[in-house]
Design a protein around this ligand. Structure first.
Ligand SMILES: NS(=O)(=O)c1c(F)c(F)c(S(=O)(=O)CCO)c(N[C@H]2CCc3ccccc32)c1F
Ligand SMILES: [Zn+2]
Length: 263
């Protein structure tokens, strides 16, 4: 499709001219403001299966010009929903070396350092993510806030390979590892709402689950993520750094955000 960026003439305020859904309803991300939240005692803890991948599996780590993404095998899935949602990929949103805030969702206006998204598709109904991506019950994305703090060995399983995918469309194979280790401690506390892809084509096809508790990575790890990649490809003479790849919060209208926690 048409090229899009996070800043400049092809930035998010113009996405809707090439991608009409981006100007439509149910857009993501949103700001989780206290007055939007409604406690729902029926929201179960999130359960995932087969996230502990064996190291002799290989995953593709790539720079798609918009984010760093890690392909995931479809035998990984979310088991706490009526229909099975199988994993497709995970990717990140971050700020920049001098703007340490780059999450997409925010909590009462607080922006975290970054946000990881694990994208799943409804494999009970659709054969692959491309067939699911524009359907109302097509996708389920797990969102994890990232804060700067303790070093996180799980993230280093692929952060150490970032110099191999500096430029757009570069990809490398990396040894699989325990993806469960990337998740926060508590999978029973989360925000839940119906939303969209946060990038073009912005299809309103995502059941969002954003965990309340962040994970931490060290400042050094964050700087590696925020400074290693370019949105431009290796052939282009002018390099365009890949940072600040987060969409601003969308109008929540009177959308309700369910929460699985009381206090
Ligand atoms: N924040 S988000 O979760 O809404 C989201 C992204 F932010 C994002 F960057 C991507 S992408 O594929 O890396 C690049 C643009 O599609 C996807 N990719 C999804 C959407 C379309 C598609 C098709 C095949 C595999 C993955 C995806 C995405 F779902
Ligand atoms: Zn995302």
């Amino acid at each position: 499709g048409a090229k899009w960026t996070y800043n400049g003439p092809d930035g998010e305020h113009n996405w809707s001219s090439n991608y009409p859904f981006c100007g439509g309803a149910f857009q993501s991300p949103i700001d989780f403001q206290t007055q939007l939240l409604r406690y729902d005692p029926n929201l179960p803890p999130i359960q995932v299966q087969n996230y502990n991948l064996s190291t002799n599996e290989q995953l593709t780590l790539s720079n798609n010009g918009h984010s760093v993404q890690l392909s995931l095998p479809s035998h990984m899935y979310i088991s706490s929903f009526p229909q099975r949602y199988s994993a497709a990929q995970l990717h990140f949103h971050w700020g920049s070396s001098n703007l340490l805030t780059g999450s997409e969702h925010t909590v009462n206006g607080k922006r975290f350092a970054g946000e990881m998204h694990i994208v799943h598709f409804n494999s009970d109904k659709y054969p692959n993510i491309s067939m699911a991506v524009d359907k109302h019950d097509g996708l389920a994305v797990l969102g994890v806030f990232i804060e700067i703090g303790e070093f996180n060995p799980a993230f280093d399983k692929f952060f150490k390979y970032m110099n191999g995918i500096k430029y757009r469309d570069q990809k490398i194979q990396v040894a699989a590892f325990n993806i469960h280790a990337l998740l926060p401690a508590r999978l029973d506390e989360y925000y839940r709402y119906d939303g969209s892809l946060t990038t073009p084509p912005c299809y309103p096809s995502v059941l969002w689950t954003v965990f309340r508790r962040p994970v931490t990575i060290s400042r050094k790890q964050f700087m590696a993520l925020a400074t290693a990649l370019y949105a431009s490809n290796a052939q282009e003479s002018t390099t365009v750094p890949l940072h600040g790849n987060y969409r601003k919060p969308q109008i929540a209208d009177n959308r309700v955000v369910l929460v699985s926690f009381k206090d």
